[in-house]
Design a protein around this ligand. Structure first.
Ligand code: SF4
Ligand code: SF4
Length: 104
């Protein structure tokens, strides 16, 4: 899932934080969050990997954590990334409900 994030600076700290949380290593290439340079204009998009995609971690929204996941905690524009992750978490929860994995 791709989200526009106008104030993202492309630092990739979120990618590093995600890989560390899930693998104990700093390897942004396996991160569930991927920062992509926009083609249409300057800036970046945030891609959240939610399906199996090569070596990448599948984002579970870190719903085991109360509060902000590590990717958000280390983002310098955390308010914006938090909005994106919360939107993703909401999508995830509604998918789980419709698939019967979670009770109403
Ligand atoms: S919510 Fe968790 S799994 Fe998803 S990108 Fe952030 S740190 Fe990675
Ligand atoms: S940590 Fe925040 S500002 Fe840096 S690349 Fe990730 S989303 Fe963009």
């Amino acid at each position: 899932m791709d989200y526009n994030m106008n104030l993202c600076g492309g630092c990739l700290t979120c990618e590093i934080a995600c890989s560390y949380k899930h693998t104990g290593e700093f390897n942004h290439l396996v991160s569930a969050i991927e920062i992509i340079e926009r083609e249409d204009k300057p800036g970046y998009k945030v891609r959240i990997h939610h399906d199996n995609c090569g070596d990448r971690i599948v984002c579970d929204g870190c719903i085991d954590i109360e509060g902000d996941p590590l990717c958000v905690q280390y983002c310098r524009k955390s308010d914006d990334l938090r909005t994106i992750i919360n939107a993703f978490r909401a999508t995830l929860r509604s998918q789980q409900k419709s698939e019967g994995y979670e009770n109403e």
